[in-house]
Design a protein around this ligand. Sequence first.
Ligand code: AMP
Length: 183
Amino acid sequence: MRIILFGPPGCGKGTQAVLISEALSIPHLSTGDMLRNAVSSKSEIGLKAKDIMEKGGLVSDEVVLSIVQERVANSDSKKGFILDGFPRTVNQAERLDLILNEEQKIDCVLRIKVDEDEIIKRLIDRGRNDDKPDIIKNRFKSYNAETQPLIPFYETREILFNIDGMQEVEKVSAEIKKVLSEF
Ligand code: AMP
């Protein structure tokens, strides 16, 4: 199964992605994790991404697409995958369609809905480098401007499922499992 986990920063995507990945035995592909690894290893991609990530902006589509393309071509992605943090722009979504061939279509987009104030609290508690208040603000700005338009994009395909992310982790996970069990 090919799944996209979608939602604003701090909505719990990462946690849920790990749970789905374990339950379905499919790889968890987080572009945020891949980019953070690239930054730590000081690779060419890492050097390009570092400043933008530190400011809470979006890394260029070209850079992100190059890492996703390589990753989905990996043999462990043949039986499916869960994308976390990608796509984040309509252009990325369109390019993803081109990367995946006809038999590899995205089956389902899980949109985790949460309340913005609650998210900000969670992000501050998490305390990651890019979780400082003005950076959080920028990450929301990027989300609202660039990523929100993906909702109608996937809604018209009728593969978007809304999940209530304001519940405990276990309940969110149960809601996701219920949606996935119908595939
Ligand atoms: P995340 O862990 O998904 O919140 O990603 C952390 C940071 O990595 C984001 O704030 C962006 O700067 C960058 N990033 C991750 N995924 C993408 C993407 N699909 N497009 C552009 N930038 C991304």
